[in-house]
Design a protein around this ligand. Structure first.
Ligand SMILES: Nc1nc2c(c(=O)[nH]1)N[C@@H](CN(C=O)c1ccc(C(=O)N[C@@H](CCC(=O)O)C(=O)O)cc1)CN2
Length: 287
């Protein structure tokens, strides 16, 4: 039986620490502020945005939501980002993904000030990450949360054979850099990778972010592997599940994240923690 990685419990610890740090800043007259830009009416995005807003307020942070209809013009979104870049009460800007197809997501990301880029997706911040540069800069929240899981559960990274299935800019690519910087041997694959099973069955650590329910089964996993499931998929029954067939894989894994209650809560905890980081770094003149 695998050790169950309890993302909810770890997120609670991180959130308590973030709340204490935020209170310290508030005492000094600095209220960390986060602005979330939400376009359209995707039901999941609405839930995630509401959860972020509630948690931010509970922590005493300023939390502003900018909601736009699906057919909003690119120039309107860019205009809002420009205003937020210049708004001294806002430390962190996040544009909720996915965006509708008519919007240029890259141009929107690149318009966010690197000092307020809490998603860590601006090329300045990604460049620093891939260069393993010293100093403070934001890192994408899901990868940051996964690295925290590895540290808390004492998963050795140096020399580990890590396979990431999923090449997204939000998850796979920043993780590639973070893990390579930690001296892991990293392979990044996708659902179209030929002979994928040959790779995944070699992995000491398998991270799956494909968006396909139960994409990974028992025969895709090396016995004793650490399995991290980033997926958040709905079964036809409406039940929330992951990219890993948990019931099949759990008996052979060494450690495994559940869905829900694994990586998801760590994403939101990392977002809040990094909002407070950005507030501190900006006041310290580091960015
Ligand atoms: N700009 C961004 N957009 C998106 C990101 C992101 O990091 N930046 N990630 C996801 C959505 N997301 C945060 O934005 C997110 C999704 C889910 C959870 C979470 O806690 N999930 C729970 C289950 C929730 C449920 O019941 O539906 C869990 O796994 O336990 C946190 C954050 C895509 N967009």
């Amino acid at each position: 039986m695998a050790i169950l990685i309890d993302g909810k419990k770890l997120a609670k610890q991180v959130n308590q620490h973030t709340t204490t740090r935020a209170a310290g800043l508030i005492e000094r007259g600095i209220k960390p502020g986060i602005a979330v830009v939400l376009v359209g009416d995707d039901p999941a995005s609405q839930i995630y945005t509401r959860n972020k807003h509630r948690l931010a307020e509970k922590m005493g942070l300023k939390s502003d939501l900018y909601r736009f209809p699906t057919d909003v013009k690119q120039s309107t979104v860019l205009g809002t980002i420009k205003e937020l870049n210049n708004d001294d009460s806002i430390d962190a800007i996040i544009v909720q993904e996915p965006l509708p197809d008519h919007l240029d997501a890259v141009a929107i990301t690149n318009a966010i000030s690197p000092a307020k880029d809490v998603d860590g997706l601006h090329p300045d911040n990604l460049g620093k990450l891939f260069g393993n540069q010293p100093g403070n800069y934001p890192v994408a929240c899901t990868p940051r949360g996964i690295m925290r899981i590895f540290s808390y559960y004492q998963v050795p990274l140096a020399g580990a054979n890590v396979v990431i299935v999923g090449r997204s800019i939000l998850v796979g690519k920043p993780l590639l850099a973070l893990l390579a910087n930690a001296n892991a041997t990293v392979t990044i694959a996708g659902r179209h990778t030929k002979n994928l099973r040959e790779l995944t069955t070699q992995a000491d650590i398998l991270i799956v972010a494909t968006g396909i329910a139960h994409f990974i089964g028992k025969d895709d996993v090396k016995p004793g592997a650490v399995v991290i499931d980033v997926g958040m998929d709905r079964l036809p029954s409406g039940e929330l599940t992951g990219d890993v067939d948990f019931a099949a894989v759990e008996p052979i894994a060494k450690m495994i994240t559940p869905v829900p209650g694994g990586v998801g809560p760590m994403t939101i905890a990392s977002l809040m923690e990094q909002t407070v980081d950005l507030a501190e770094w900006r006041r310290n003149g580091q960015k």
